[in-house]
Write a protein that binds this ligand. Structure first.
Ligand SMILES: NC(=O)c1ccc[n+]([C@@H]2O[C@H](COP(=O)([O-])OP(=O)(O)OC[C@H]3O[C@@H](n4cnc5c(N)ncnc54)[C@H](O)[C@@H]3O)[C@@H](O)[C@H]2O)c1
Ligand SMILES: [Zn+2]
Length: 684
């Protein structure tokens, strides 16, 4: 019976712990880069005899957060038998499918391309890592000589070879021939280290990484990126963020010509320092080198060739020119190397855009991917600094870069990715989203794949609502008073710096004071018109500018009200403000259509649950007007409707989603009533 009990083998357990420790320090390996393994025995449930197994980090996943489910488990005897059927380097990719025939039990995670290296090297514990310091040596023009100088015969140089079965055989042979060696530098790529025990492998990995880093520190030339470039120093922080926000929509548009992208911005010192020195254009052009990078960052970034002080207008004009040549260059690179078997071109837009004095914009299919692309380029800068400090940066040949970027195995991985959610890549901004209808709308849009910016009067409440939805890769909270043009501008800047731009705006912020004409003060009138009529005008104006600059279309949705149509007593200021909003929908639909921006509205009614408006007096007032208890107001409203259903915040949120989804791509200027049916407010 013991064989069916779930348990973690001690060897696997120590492997997970070692991997987590190594992966927790970004100096040891890049995000999701590298893999680790351990060999050991377990009782075969079929024969009752001991069986030798290989536990190895599977495809995808990150060492820092590796769990047992992320390990592939293979039978070592079968894996090593593959040597006898290996058809040679031209057909080495076929061996990946053969790994499936070596799995023990269900095998765990899918074995990665690096499985061969781990299985074939004759050591109980193997680490393959992508440390910046190790890649710096691996990409130095005289990397082989440097390896000998730095490590003596303890670490052996392995010339560049694309990861795969042959690289595994190469490393296994090197270990056999160099019994004194503890690991190797893989040219153009990274490091591999080994040990008889898990501790020994870990110590050997860390020794290589730290020895390389210390050597670079001690022997690097003073200015590895060349002398400071006049006019390219970082702008003061406030200025560079303002400029970044002004450029962001244009840059996102440039990165999204083939497919829409989410953006990430960083003004980290590493990036600003790189851009402030003379050699950055040459180095950026040489491109990145570690195999992990090509799908994430493309072979090279787009670099704005203007000084930090260039105006926003000049920068935008130049970026647009550079985008055209970037796309031509990328197409030419594809055409130079593609064979009839190559996967189709995956789009020619840059994934990394560098702006001197300001920082780096990086792009991906979601925020996490965009952020990691930026992290990878920071890795690439560190690698270039190390390599140039000791020697000359010499990444792998362009043809090899292409073989990795358009590798059939990578393409297969991409094809296996789950279908994106309906609002994936879209950046939504919802005002008044810390409560009620706005909060439900933000939750719905996030659930459908959007990145959301939750804007509200209280920053604290906005951030709390965002945290309920998820990490800052999914939702961020920002402050806004929609009745202030300055505050709206700051909100839009925060949004574009968080996600690269804005595509979907929900004008939801509002409040309601139920008073008769004679009791309505001038202040009551102004407040409601300032927040709802003027506020949504200001938000529409500032966000439409972003959308027009992005050239990616967009959606603006107004949460107006049944009361924009329906006339009843004690509602003159609120009802008039709502009617103003409702007409803005039609006016802006007519004006913004040429930019692909749709403008629609939702007319809710009687949403009591979760509504701050009802909780703060309006509900008590309405209940008194109708002669019911406040807690029964929702049910009372339901009885007034045609469908006799209570309207919930989620019903409004669903309508917003539908208006912005692909299904209503040809609808603009429409209001959808979500009121469970109120004949007096029918649209005609
Ligand atoms: N609840 C209903 O039955 C109902 C019916 C029709 C229309 N509406 C409209 O729906 C919208 C949301 O209402 P709710 O019921 O969820 O109310 P709510 O009070 O729960 O939420 C409104 C949010 O707007 C925020 N807000 C107010 N003034 C702001 C300002 N100047 N700047 C930024 N944020 C501000 C508030 O802080 C609050 O978080 C409002 O426009 C309201 O008029 C509601
Ligand atoms: Zn690798």
């Amino acid at each position: 019976m013991t064989t069916t009990e779930s348990h973690t083998n001690v060897t696997a357990q120590s492997l997970i712990e070692r991997s987590n420790r190594l992966g927790a320090d970004p100096r040891n390996t890049n995000y999701a880069g590298g893999n680790t393994s351990a060999k050991g025995t377990e009782t075969d449930p079929v024969t009752g005899e001991a069986v030798e197994l290989l536990w190895v980090k599977g495809s995808g996943g990150d060492l820092g957060t590796l769990k047992e489910s992320g390990l592939a488990v293979l039978r070592l005897d079968r894996m090593r038998s593959l040597v006898n059927v290996y058809p040679g380097v031209e057909r080495e990719d076929e061996m990946v499918a053969a790994f499936d025939y070596c799995l023990h039990g269900k095998g765990g995670a899918a074995p990665s391309i690096d499985t061969a290296m781990h299985g074939l090297v004759d050591a109980a514990h193997v680490d393959h890592l992508h440390p910046d310091s190790g890649i710096a040596i691996a990409t130095a023009a005289d990397g082989e000589k440097l390896t000998e100088t730095i490590f003596g015969d303890k670490v052996v140089w392995v010339p560049w070879r694309r990861p795969g079965f042959q690289l595994g055989l190469d490393i296994a042979e090197i270990k056999d021939k160099n019994p004194q060696a503890i690991g190797c530098i893989l040219g153009g790529h990274g490091i591999t280290a080994w040990g008889d025990t898990s501790e020994e492998a870990e110590q050997n990995s860390l020794w290589i990484i730290r020895t390389a880093a210390a050597y670079i520190e001690e022997h690097s030339v003073a200015e590895p990126f060349g002398p400071a470039l006049d006019g390219y120093a970082a702008l003061p922080e406030a200025d560079r963020r303002t400029k970044a926000a002004a450029l962001a929509p244009t840059i996102r548009g440039i990165a999204s010509q083939d497919r829409p992208m989410v953006g990430h911005f960083t003004d980290a010192d590493v990036v600003l320092d790189f851009l402030a020195h003379a050699e950055h254009p040459r180095l950026a052009e040489l491109g990145t080198s570690c195999p992990d990078h090509f799908l994430r960052t493309k072979v090279k970034p787009l670099v704005l060739d203007l000084p930090a002080g260039a105006s926003v207008e000049d920068s935008i004009a130049r970026l647009k020119e550079l985008a055209v040549s970037y796309r031509e260059d990328y197409q030419a690179y594809y055409d130079r190397h593609a064979t009839p078997e190559s996967p189709a071109i995956r789009g020619a837009d840059p994934l990394i855009v560098l702006v001197p004095g300001v920082g780096m914009f990086s792009f991906g299919k979601d925020k996490q991917t965009a952020r990691v692309a930026g992290e990878f380029y920071v890795n690439a800068i560190n690698v270039m600094r190390g390599a140039e400090g000791l020697s000359t940066y010499a990444p792998i040949d362009e043809s090899e870069k292409f073989r990795i970027e358009y590798w059939a195995l990578e393409e297969a991985k991409l094809q296996r990715m789950p279908k994106p959610k309906p609002l994936a890549t879209r950046v939504a901004l919802v005002t008044g989203a810390a409560s009620g209808i706005g909060k439900a709308t933000a939750e719905k849009l996030a659930a459908e794949g959007a990145c959301v910016v939750i804007a509200d009067l209280s920053l604290e409440n906005a951030q709390a609502a965002a945290a309920e939805i998820g990490s800052t890769d999914v939702a961020v909270g920002v402050h806004v008073d929609v009745s202030s043009a300055d505050a709206v501008q700051s909100m839009v800047e925060a949004a574009v710096l968080a996600f690269g731009g804005v595509d979907l705006v929900v004008n939801n912020a509002g409040l309601s004071l139920s008073r008769s004409l004679l009791e309505t003060t001038e202040k009551d009138w102004d407040l409601q018109h300032d927040v709802m009529a003027k506020g949504s005008f200001l938000v529409a104006k500032a966000t439409a500018k972003v959308m027009i600059e992005q050239e990616m279309g967009g959606d603006i949705v107004y949460i107006s009200s049944k009361n924009s149509i329906f006339a009843g007593p004690n509602n003159v200021a609120y009802g008039a403000a709502k009617a103003d909003q409702a007409h803005q929908v039609r006016l802006l639909a007519a004006e913004l259509g040429e930019h692909g921006i749709k403008v629609n509205g939702v007319n809710p009614d009687g949403v009591v649950q979760g509504s701050g408006i009802f909780a703060s007096g309006w509900g008590a007032n309405r209940a008194a007007v109708y002669g019911v208890e406040e807690k029964d107001l929702g049910k009372f409203y339901a009885q007034r409707t045609i469908l006799k259903r209570e309207v919930l915040p989620s019903n409004i949120a669903n309508a917003v989603f539908v208006l912005c989804s692909a299904e209503l791509s040809h609808t603009t200027g429409l209001h959808i009533p979500v009121d469970a049916g109120v004949a007096a407010a029918f649209l005609r």
